[in-house]
Design a binder for this molecule. Structure first.
Ligand code: R5P
Length: 287
């Protein structure tokens, strides 16, 4: 087995290697002046089981292309097998057509990965679990839920209520609520435009409770802020926000500096520079 990292999340790749008591393989990744990507493995990978670690966060398209070029180089260097470790799988939010003449990018990316010789994908908390079925190769779909649960147990939160910010997260919220032996509530959300959320109503009791909002990702922070505001309006206490993937686009961290937010619990699937004035906890997915 030999592990290589793309440039998107070297910290996590190194952390994974520490757990495996090994070190990252040597690979050169550079750019031509035109922006085209160059990859060369600096050691033989002939007949080796190659693992490529690359998260698909900002800049998404660059990181995706880097992974594709790495896989192509590995295949041409006679690797025995190529597995892609993709902690955050981008393009997953377009997993079905919501309107005519739209793409299904999650399926498109699944197809492209197989085309360049990737034979297995290991990923974490896909936006929709059904995306596993878009691949014709094995997918190990891991979750951060156990780590989030263990962390929350240490907090001994009084009167917790697990909140699903939309219909898509209900199953996860239900699981977390069962693990924590807590009730759960569901928010109903509408999307008037991309990255714009409107919370319409809440199902479940939240007054006097401490909400634990569970999300797959925080992108612009718009959804979380809308959910938190609705919860405050309904008499809930400041919330714990738990999300696997901290995309934190635009002014997300600024938006998350909100009196209705007590703590933000995320994982290291995506590296980010934490704004010191926000209360973040970053759980590592390396183990
Ligand atoms: C959408 O259904 C996802 O689960 C997240 O709620 C959403 O993508 C978060 O995006 P933002 O932070 O921009 O509201």
């Amino acid at each position: 087995v030999i592990i290589f990292s793309g440039t998107s999340n070297i910290q996590l790749a190194e952390h994974i290697c520490t757990y495996l008591q090994t070190s990252l393989g040597d690979v050169q990744i550079s750019r031509f002046k035109s922006g085209e990507i160059y990859v060369r493995y600096e050691e033989s990978i002939r007949n080796k089981d190659v693992f490529l670690i690359q998260t698909l966060s900002h800049p998404v398209n660059e990181n995706l292309m880097e992974l594709l070029v790495m896989a192509d180089a590995a295949r041409r260097a006679s690797a025995r097998s190529i597995s892609a470790v993709i902690p955050y799988f981008a393009y997953a939010r377009q997993e079905k057509k919501d309107a005519p003449r739209e793409p299904i990018t999650a399926k498109m990316i699944a197809d492209i990965l197989a085309t360049v010789g990737i034979e297995r994908v290991i990923t974490i908390d896909l936006h929709a679990p059904a995306i596993q079925g878009f691949f014709n190769i094995p997918v190990d779909h891991l979750t951060a839920l156990d780590r989030i649960t263990s962390y929350l147990r240490t907090k001994k939160i009084e009167k917790p209520v697990v909140v699903s910010p939309d219909a898509g997260r209900v199953k996860t919220a239900e699981k977390l609520a069962a693990y924590l032996d807590a009730p759960f509530a569901i928010m109903m959300k509408k999307r008037p435009a991309h990255n714009k959320a409107k919370v319409t109503h809440i199902i479940g009791e939240v007054k006097g409770f401490t909400p634990i909002i569970i999300e797959d990702m925080i992108d612009t922070g718009g959804t979380i802020v809308k959910v938190v505001e609705k919860l405050m309006e309904k008499g809930a206490k400041p919330s714990y926000i738990c999300a696997t993937h901290p995309l934190f686009s635009d002014q997300a961290q600024k938006k998350l500096k909100h009196p209705g937010i007590r703590e933000i619990v995320v994982t290291d699937t995506i590296p980010f520079e934490a704004d010191a004035s926000n209360h973040y906890t970053v759980l590592s997915m390396a183990p």
